[in-house]
Ligand binder design. Structure first.
Ligand code: SF4
Length: 211
């Protein structure tokens, strides 16, 4: 089977089994909250980020509030998400740059987004897809693991994987691919113990065929 044909079948099955799973897992009410939540989500579960941001966004109600935050206090406020010193620097720096260069608005342009402190392609694509509805593929740990297992990607580098997937996935599936693959990674294709016997992608999966 040609790889594009396989990619199409995978997306059709994901649509069939996860038809409702097209909502971002990180709680937010506006673009800058999603930007901060995504920065916090590095090396942290979405559930934990949502617990932290519930109080965080009550305390810091604007981009200005984060830009002028006391860095030590901000570190303590986000500590449960891990890597809190770096993340606090990134969030404060990011919000300062949003104010100084973009009038406090989150830009949609990939170059502008990735020029913000703490914002790589993954975070930029979360914003582009979920806020601006611009076709983009988010490569997180689930997309990396499962795309490689399926044989849709052959790399450990998230940026390479993103470009590999862009070549083969139908463009109208890019945004929801990440969200559906996260659902699959949480329920069936778990990192430590994939439940291959009950997986609807089994017939298409390179990894299970090699076992
Ligand atoms: S068959 Fe197994 S390894 Fe392949 S996608 Fe399904 S659960 Fe993951």
């Amino acid at each position: 089977m040609k790889i594009k044909e396989k990619a199409l079948k995978v997306t059709e099955l994901l649509d069939k089994y996860y038809p409702e799973d097209i909502k971002c897992y990180l709680d937010h009410s506006n673009p800058w909250q999603l930007l901060i939540a995504t920065i916090l989500s590095a090396q942290c579960t979405d559930d934990r980020v949502n617990i932290v941001t519930k109080n965080l966004f009550k305390k810091y109600k604007s981009v200005e509030a984060f830009a002028s935050a006391d860095i030590l206090e901000l570190e303590q406020d986000i500590k449960p998400t891990g890597f809190y010193r770096n993340k606090a620097q990134h969030i404060k720096g990011c919000c300062q740059k949003l104010l100084s260069e973009y009038k406090g608005e989150v830009p949609s342009d990939i170059e502008k987004l990735t020029s913000l402190p703490g914002v790589g392609r993954k975070t930029a694509n979360v914003i582009r897809g979920n806020i601006f509805n611009i076709e983009s593929i988010v490569v997180d740990t689930h997309v990396k693991r499962i795309s490689n297992k399926l044989g849709l990607a052959k790399s450990e580098d998230p940026v390479k994987i993103e470009f590999e997937l862009m070549k083969i996935l139908p463009k109208d599936t890019w945004i929801r691919y990440n969200i559906q693959v996260i659902a699959h990674g949480r329920s069936i294709c778990k990192a430590r113990s994939p439940k291959c016997e009950e997986c609807f992608l089994r017939e298409l999966c390179n990894w299970v065929k090699r076992k």
